[in-house]
Ligand binder design. Structure first.
Ligand SMILES: [Zn+2]
Length: 193
């Protein structure tokens, strides 16, 4: 993915020029013509969880915002500065699915890591087993504006044609495959594969 141009310096506002920095860097960067600040651009991390019930059903969120409004996804979003990977995944799970760690889900193991270089992102999902108590009382509501509803899906009932993101589809497929095999692993891959 080519970096999109940053035309004005983030520090002083002067125009930038796309060139090799003077420090031996081998990539063209937007360098400030006045103060010399080099504007690095790096991939973003998307972090989330795969909440699942003891019977192997998976919780999905129906998106209520663009892009891909109305489609289904796992709770996930951009990691924030100051967060850990796992902390960001659990925050997104709380915001988008109203599932709190310790109360509704148990923070589980790392499950999938998928590089998507074409959009400059890496998507990371953790397992999040739903607690019995949460299932007894019904899935919590009260999630933010990003989610219309949450629901549990078995593999055969999953909304495969209505999934919002390819990384979600791959992560779900790995989960159901592993579940049938009786062992949840760790999956690292890239898109397009
Ligand atoms: Zn500058």
């Amino acid at each position: 993915m080519p970096a999109s141009a940053i035309h004005y310096c983030r520090r002083c506002g002067a125009p930038t020029a796309r060139r090799l920095p003077d420090d031996g860097d081998t990539r063209q960067r937007d360098v400030c013509t006045a103060c010399g600040l080099v504007h690095y651009q790096n991939p973003l991390l998307v972090v989330g969880t795969l909440p699942f019930a003891p019977d192997g059903r998976v919780l999905l969120c129906q998106r209520d915002i663009e892009p891909r409004k109305g489609l289904w996804t796992l709770p996930a979003g951009f990691m924030e500065l100051g967060e850990t990977l796992r902390g960001g995944a659990l925050r997104e799970t709380s915001e988008e699915a109203a599932l709190e760690a310790g109360r509704h889900v148990r923070p589980g193991a790392l499950f999938s890591v998928i590089s998507v270089p074409q959009v400059g992102q890496v998507h990371v999902f953790y397992l999040a087993p739903l607690l019995e108590e949460c299932l007894r009382q019904g899935l919590p509501g009260g999630f933010g504006h990003e989610t219309r509803q949450t629901r549990l899906f078995a593999e055969s009932q999953a909304p495969w044609p209505q999934l919002a993101f390819e990384t979600v589809r791959l992560t779900l497929q790995h989960f159901f495959d592993d579940w049938r095999a009786g062992c949840l692993g760790v999956h690292e891959q890239e898109l397009p594969s």
